[in-house]
Design a protein around this ligand. Structure first.
Ligand SMILES: CSC[C@@H](O)[C@@H](O)C(=O)COP(=O)(O)O
Length: 367
């Protein structure tokens, strides 16, 4: 998408050397910088430290991590080492495993001499496919937004609440939850986005607000606990979020706090949509609450907060009393019964086992 008039993807390869360049998301919104990934370890650490984050982008980066590893060493042991290192980086987003399985599946039967080129080609295909998938999600989601707007008494603007960043920064381009919003805005539909700040890492306030601002989409950042109040007062026409893993039965793991938004949406009759690319569906899991691993991150993310001081310096300060215990669950699971619909690249589908299986028989078969 656009940054000061220039089109960017979140990561790309440098043609001459095969290095991978990524937008450094730990520096946004105050600094727009890129980092160069040259080794397997660079890619693994970029995912762990959330230089890159968001389920689809984690998958694409991991695929390139395999390519960087093969550039260095391409025998069977190196292939195993690369897979094992990358699969451990983050536990919840299933796109990671999907992308690694795709690349490993292609490389396993090749001689080591052919693996490097094949890994780069596979990673590029995963990245390009992500862009195409998200554009399709955008088109299907646009139809949903058009229907909502038509049904809205008194007309626009259509107020959409989103949580975390399921925008283009979380993918290779377009985003999932944001793709319909960008398309609606570009088509001239009056849309306005309520952006949850998304503590503790503030992906909403830092990343979603930055993205929407650069694209000119009207938006307002709200503290995380505001959504319920807005819904009670008719200020939210729909919720659209992304997901890190969706079960075969339609349960949805997403950034911590998503579940509370779904509960508030149900209580207030607000439609709650989840936008997802099919690699985010884990057909091997039936019960999201019991089976999806929930990442727990370092307490530092809760005890401290970073921002730009008046003099332009980036400062990190402590906000919790010294010695106070904290908990940092990064995701929660929203049960399928609270989801109005899943917006996928093949269309809008109920969050139900039969519907998902009928729409994605090819993915089901591979699981
Ligand atoms: C299209 S991205 C969907 C999800 O990955 C997104 O909503 C999210 O929760 C990201 O979490 P993060 O911890 O920032 O990687």
């Amino acid at each position: 998408m656009n940054v000061d008039g220039q089109h960017y993807r979140t990561l790309w390869t440098e043609a001459h050397a095969g290095d991978v360049t990524a937008i450094d998301q730990t520096r946004l919104p105050h600094r727009f910088e890129t980092v160069t990934l040259r080794t397997l370890e660079d890619a693994a650490q970029a995912i762990e430290t959330m230089v890159v984050r968001g389920a689809p982008l984690i998958g694409a980066t991991a695929a390139y991590g395999m390519a960087l590893a093969m550039r260095d060493q391409a025998d069977d042991a190196a292939l195993r080492t690369a897979y094992d290192r990358l699969i451990r980086t983050r536990p919840t987003a299933v796109n990671l495993r999907w992308a690694l399985d795709e690349v490993r599946g292609i490389l396993a039967d090749l001689p080591p001499s052919a693996r490097c080129d094949a890994a780069y080609a596979a990673a590029a295909e995963i990245a390009d496919e992500d862009v195409a998938i998200n554009a399709a999600i955008g088109r299907h989601g646009l139809a949903v937004l058009e229907d909502l707007l038509r049904a809205k008494p008194g007309g626009g603007p259509l107020n959409i609440l989103t949580h975390c960043n399921a925008g283009w920064l979380a993918t290779v381009d377009w985003g999932t939850a944001t793709a319909p919003i960008y398309m609606a805005h570009d088509a001239g539909l009056p849309v306005h986005v309520w952006v949850d700040e998304t503590r503790p890492r503030n992906q909403g306030a830092f990343l979603t607000a930055w993205e929407l601002g650069h694209h000119g989409v009207p938006h307002t950042v709200v503290p995380d606990n505001t959504g319920g109040h807005l819904m009670q007062h008719g200020q939210v026409d729909a919720v659209i979020v992304g997901t890190d893993r969706t079960t075969a039965t339609g349960d949805v793991a997403n950034k911590i706090g998503t579940y509370l938004k779904a509960l508030a949406a149900r209580d207030n009759g607000v439609p709650f949509y989840v936008a997802l690319p099919s690699p985010t569906i884990d057909f091997s899991v039936g019960d999201g609450l019991r089976e999806i691993p929930i990442e727990q991150r370092h307490g530092f993310e809760v005890t401290h907060i970073s921002g730009r001081a008046e003099d332009g310096r980036i400062e990190t300060v402590r906000i919790v009393p010294d010695g106070t215990p904290v908990a940092n669950y990064a995701f929660d699971v929203t049960p399928a019964r609270l989801v109005t619909g899943l917006i996928t690249e093949r269309g809008l589908v109920p969050a139900k086992r039969d519907s998902l299986a009928a729409l994605f028989p090819d993915r089901l078969e591979k699981n």
